[in-house]
Design a protein around this ligand. Structure first.
Ligand code: ZN
Length: 284
């Protein structure tokens, strides 16, 4: 599931490709992903609109457009959910089976594909107003972070998934940041010492920044060495596994800890998997 780094890499990838492109036609095949926007309003608003750019907030993509008449600004919000993908596809190729929305940009379609339809492509951007600070920006303040943790008795791993605490962290980077900060995922958030909070804040920034850097160097559209215009998280079939190899604990149960060589453990917290090293990440 894509988290902040993957969405950031996708935004950077799409930005130059869509900038200045006009939406000639709007093809909605699964209205569910537009919710709460009605399909009719979605079509009317976007028909003839022009893309200015795309940015990221938390795990969301925010497309900036201008209307055909009057040039009024429009924001289009994309969330990939569990299985969503957004990519440009040549218009002469058939749309993939699970294409939920296709925006006709002339020679290509901007396609939103989702096999399970948990994601969103919508004109309702209220979700981003409820997000906490961006972890890589100055607004992610040490003091505010410490105060928020002090108010929570949840296990720190579970608390890190709270998008109001800090935006964009999911299951992968919560485990990775805690490993980097040498903090047990089971420790209650309000039990972290001042030093641990500081270490955790820096570890969050480090793992996210590294993942963006790594993701930016990975070819996004390799499939058996042939470009198919699609974006793959992790490993595309036939491509080397260099994207996942950089993770130190996530999805590495029973494999040796990179620090102490003892086996990585998997536990379940709030119905999701956590990976950690019980030796390097002690409760105290
Ligand atoms: Zn270890």
């Amino acid at each position: 599931m894509p988290e902040l780094p993957e969405v950031e890499v996708l935004a950077r990838h799409l930005r130059p490709l869509i900038r200045g492109k006009t939406i000639r036609a709007v093809n909605v095949r699964r209205a569910k992903v537009l919710r709460p926007t009605a399909p009719r309003k979605f079509r009317r608003t976007l028909q003839g609109a022009k893309f200015n750019g795309v940015s990221r907030r938390g795990k969301y993509l925010l497309f900036q457009l201008r209307t055909r008449a009057g040039g009024k600004p429009i924001a289009l919000l994309g969330h990939l959910g569990m299985t969503g993908r957004i990519f440009l596809a040549q218009k002469d190729r058939p749309l993939p089976k699970h294409a939920a929305v296709a925006l006709d940009l002339g020679a290509s379609n901007l396609v939103y594909e989702d096999t399970r339809y948990f994601g969103r492509l919508t004109l309702d951007i209220s979700a981003v107003t409820r997000l906490g600070p961006e972890p890589l920006e100055d607004e992610f303040k040490a003091e505010t972070f410490a105060q928020s943790l002090k108010r929570s008795r949840q296990a720190i791993k579970v608390k890190l998934l709270d998008q109001k605490l800090v935006a964009g962290i999911g299951n992968i980077y919560a485990s990775e940041a805690l490993f980097r900060a040498r903090i047990s995922p089971k420790l209650a958030a309000n039990k972290l010492t001042g030093t641990q909070v500081q270490r955790l804040r820096l570890a969050i920034r480090a793992v996210l920044a590294e993942a963006i850097e790594c993701g930016s160097t990975v070819p996004l559209n390799l499939k058996g060495n042939k470009s198919d215009g699609l974006f793959y998280f992790g490993r595309a079939p036939g491509a080397p596994d260099f994207y996942e190899e950089r993770l130190r604990v996530y999805d590495r149960e029973a494999r040796p800890c990179p620090n102490c060589r003892r086996p990585i453990k998997r536990i379940t917290q709030a119905a999701r998997s956590t990976f950690y090293c019980p030796h390097c990440q002690r409760a105290r």
